[in-house]
Write a protein that binds this ligand. Structure first.
Ligand code: ARG
Length: 464
């Protein structure tokens, strides 16, 4: 516990005849976790105070006193000297109380025309906006690291899978670029959500607006919001923007989790496609030979809780009548945990991507098993005039023979192949090579090394 339970009992006001019990105080307090909003809370308060002074709702002297007090509070918080009190419930009341100690009546005037309801909504929006920008930057770092990996392996061949069965040969660069695309959409989604996050609730006050001649546009401008929230009830009560952010974060984790699953499979000694640098793995306390891919496994596991936070927030919202209800205080822990999990995961994955060693020989050997070029043989026959369904059937017969003989399609002689179709000629052997197969898929979005390089160049240009 980082906040102290103070002895003095802080009843709400003259309205109350007895103080709340310690148990209720603990139950309703949020300061342990919402003190994370301290910096944005001060930022919001300063913008509000500046507007109050500009509108002559408070004096210039009061404004100056508030500025001085807040500067000191900021310093106290940064240096760890600030005393957080559970009695003061949340970050807002803790800071306001300290401001009043430092600035006297000016501190007491800060809350004019404002409520904690519009204050907290503003804080969360400022906080999420900052984290979106952070996460978009981290996604960029991860994509750049993956682009490097893809570039090194634009020509490295591995089997592509469907149903986890060998399907067709692909290039490893192409495979990695699939994740680069996913993380690119994740960044787009974050930036799209940002537009709806970036609107100012302040001015809504408790729920109905305020009787003071405030200037909301001025505050919005100071805080870098693109617009104000246009309905006071909506402004203080809805958290859809936080849900949207968490949903976008859950998709990031889902993509990370899919990649993790592959890294784990690829690193299994049974597969042996890659190795992950020791610093991302751990051993076993009993089996000395083990090297486990803990980081991807843990990321896959952590995806569960981020997905859970989306459901938590949706459920938090669904039964609330307008306008603000205390339920909303419960938005913070899922939100903060989402941010922490996504930020740490993206950071570690960008680093880990640079610690992946690819084993091209193992990948190639795997691609040679499983008749990965069977589709190429079928396409060859189609190009010679056979309808695709007939070509499919002819190749199925050929594969059947190879399975019985335990050999590859390219191990058959020309005569043996012509049993399945007389359209097959000597040029078939070129078609059946892994290199021929991937190089032939040379169109936008295809696996050919040339396309991989073009994609890398295109995405790099967007990122730099
Ligand atoms: N700690 C509260 C929250 O997180 C701040 C708003 C409290 N407003 C109220 N009317 N009790 O939502």
């Amino acid at each position: 516990m980082t906040a102290q339970l103070s002895k003095k009992s802080e009843a709400w006001s003259a309205r109350f005849s007895e103080p709340v019990s310690d148990l209720v105080k603990r139950y309703t307090a949020s300061v342990f976790f919402d003190k994370r909003l301290a910096q944005v809370d001060i930022q919001g308060s300063l913008a509000h105070a500046e507007m109050l002074a500009h509108q002559k709702i408070i004096s210039q002297d009061d404004h100056a006193a508030i500025q001085r007090g807040m500067a000191q509070i900021k310093e106290e918080i940064e240096s760890g000297k600030f005393e957080w009190l559970l009695d003061l419930e949340d970050v807002h009341l803790n800071i306001e109380k300290r401001l009043t100690e430092l600035a006297g009546d000016a501190g007491k005037r800060l809350h004019t025309g404002r409520s904690r309801n519009d204050q907290v909504a503003t804080d969360i929006r400022l906080y999420i906006r900052g984290e979106i920008d952070n996460i978009v930057g981290l996604l960029r770092d991860l994509r750049l690291a993956l682009l490097d990996l893809a570039e090194q392996h634009a020509e490295t061949i591995l089997p592509g899978f469907t149903h986890l069965q060998v399907a067709q040969p692909i290039t490893f660069g192409h495979h990695i670029l699939a994740y680069v695309e996913m993380f690119g959409r994740d960044a787009e989604r974050m930036l799209d959500a940002r537009k709806r996050v970036n609107r100012l609730p302040l001015g809504a006050a408790a729920l109905a607006g305020t009787t003071f001649p405030i200037d909301r546009e001025r505050v919005a401008k100071t805080l870098g919001f693109e617009d104000v929230c246009h309905n006071s009830l909506d402004a203080v009560s809805d958290r859809d923007f936080a849900i949207e952010f968490c949903a976008a974060a859950a998709l990031i984790m889902t993509h990370v989790s899919r990649m993790s699953e592959e890294l784990v499979i690829w690193m299994s000694p049974r597969v042996g496609f890659i190795d992950i640098a020791d610093r991302f793995c751990t051993g076993s306390s009993i089996m000395p030979q083990k090297k486990n891919p803990d980081v991807p496994e843990l990321a896959r596991g952590k995806t569960g809780r981020v997905n859970g936070h989306v459901i938590a927030l949706l459920t938090l919202m669904k039964g609330q009548p307008l306008a603000y209800n205390k339920d909303n205080q419960e938005d913070k822990e899922p939100l903060f945990d989402t941010v922490d999990t996504v930020v740490d995961t993206l950071r570690i994955f960008a680093d880990m991507a640079r610690g992946i060693t690819v084993k091209p020989e193992t990948m190639r050997a795997a691609a040679l098993q499983g008749y990965a070029t069977a589709t190429d043989l079928a396409d060859y026959l189609v190009k010679k005039g056979l309808p695709f369904r007939d070509a499919h059937e002819a190749v199925a017969h050929a594969v059947r023979v190879c399975v019985d003989r335990n050999c590859d399609l390219s191990d058959l002689t020309l005569e043996e192949m012509r049993v399945f179709s007389t359209l097959i000629e000597a040029d078939i052997f070129e078609v059946l090579t892994l290199e021929g197969s991937v190089a032939a898929r040379n169109h936008v979005g295809g696996t050919a090394p040339q396309q991989v390089r073009a994609s890398i160049a295109r995405i790099r240009a967007l990122l730099t």
